[in-house]
Design a binder for this molecule. Structure first.
Ligand code: SF4
Length: 378
């Protein structure tokens, strides 16, 4: 067995029973997932309206909202906000990866650190992410220890899991404190309030959204939901199907920091960021939304459950899909974002992904459709 297969198998054995346990203990999550599917379909039916409403809401709360069609446009906006010679901390964001934000900012002379532990490991290891919620899932504990020893030191062959986490915690703490800019994704965005909702367990998102003077959230238009109530439902469902429920933290950001402690007049900034920017990226999503088969892929809430019930992911793991889009959902998204039909060709249509998907996305059907598209290209 290759080392990544050992690591992925360990992760599957830890995650799969845990998700079933969460759903048994908190059965209301299953009902919330059904409701969320209908809510997200409602948004897709009227996406232009919701994009417009979201941008207006962000402006109303003192932030700046941008809609961009391409990764190049996203990079340009982020580049203008960040400038050069800054320290940037990033919370794990698939869309930031999709848009190549980290490399771009480093090329511009900034010090940029991924702060999600898995994302940090693949940054220092110069590797692509291998799973949508656990980007370093392909690394065994032994490989993680070697990587940390080589790149930042402070661990050895006797280090425990706890020791490895502690070493990264020590290393990143100073970066959080000195960071000028925090960049995150979004698990959901409320159109009515312009609020970005983020769910996490490490505390790195909380640091990245509050400690620096500027917070930039970058996400796809598919993350918009009508209300803050819906945004909370999405983070709860995502966390439960990812296998960690209750999540340690749910972060809501509605504009720059503010206070109303003097005569109840609301002013900003207060202790947190002075600036809040939300960038909504299209990059193939709106085109997919017009396609009656592909649009269902836009319902994906990135819980990563489909990976663990897929025989192809077990065999191909890290090598399946265009990073960060791996696994069954990644095979759909590699096509939506990059027009790449190849990942879909590996699907064996076992159907396990559809059975366990909280959004009941008919992934095998969509991948079959992409296979047809591939044949059309010949
Ligand atoms: S396709 Fe479904 S199971 Fe897979 S990551 Fe998306 S929501 Fe989760």
């Amino acid at each position: 067995m290759m080392s990544w297969e050992i690591a992925v198998n360990r992760a599957i054995n830890n995650n799969v029973p845990r998700v079933y346990k969460v759903l048994r203990e908190y059965p209301y999550i299953i009902e919330l997932a059904k409701e969320l599917r209908e809510t997200k379909l409602k948004v897709l039916n009227n996406i232009d309206y919701y994009i417009d409403q979201t941008l207006k809401s962000v402006e109303k709360i003192g932030g700046k909202g941008y809609f961009v069609s391409t990764p190049e446009e996203a990079r340009e906006i982020v580049g203008k906000i960040v400038g050069e010679g800054k320290t940037v901390v990033m919370g794990k964001s698939m869309v930031a990866y999709e848009a190549g934000i980290r490399e771009y900012l480093i090329r511009k002379g900034n010090e940029v650190w991924e702060t999600d532990l898995g994302e940090f490991l693949i940054q220092i290891g110069n590797q692509p992410p291998s799973h949508i919620i656990a980007p370093a899932i392909h690394l065994t504990k032994e490989e993680t220890e070697k990587l940390l020893k080589d790149k930042i030191g402070g661990v050895n062959e006797n280090s425990t899991h706890e020791d490895l986490v502690k070493r990264v915690r020590e290393f990143l703490r100073e970066k959080f404190i000195k960071a000028d800019i925090g960049i995150t994704g979004a698990n959901s965005v409320a159109a009515d309030t312009g609020t970005v909702a983020l769910v996490e367990n490490e505390g790195n998102i909380r640091f990245s959204t509050v400690a620096p003077q500027v917070h930039i959230a970058i996400t796809g238009v598919d993350k918009i939901v009508p209300t803050l109530h819906d945004a909370m439902i999405e983070v709860m469902v995502q966390a439960a199907y990812a296998g960690i429920y209750p999540p340690t933290y749910i972060n809501l950001t509605s504009g720059p920091s503010s206070t109303a402690d003097i005569e109840m007049k609301r002013v900003n900034p207060a202790h947190g960021p002075k600036e809040f920017h939300l960038i909504l990226l299209d990059n193939g999503r709106l085109k997919a939304n017009k396609d009656p088969v592909l649009r269902e892929a836009l319902l994906c809430i990135r819980c990563g459950r489909c990976h663990f019930h897929c025989p192809v992911y077990r065999v191909m793991g890290v090598n399946w899909g265009d990073p960060p889009f791996t696994g069954p959902t990644g095979a759909m998204w590699s096509y939506i974002v990059n027009g790449d039909t190849k990942p879909a060709l590996y699907c064996t249509h076992s159907g396990g992904c559809k059975e366990v998907c909280p959004m009941k996305i008919n992934i095998p059907r969509i991948l079959e459709y992409i296979k047809w598209k591939n044949n059309d290209k010949k």
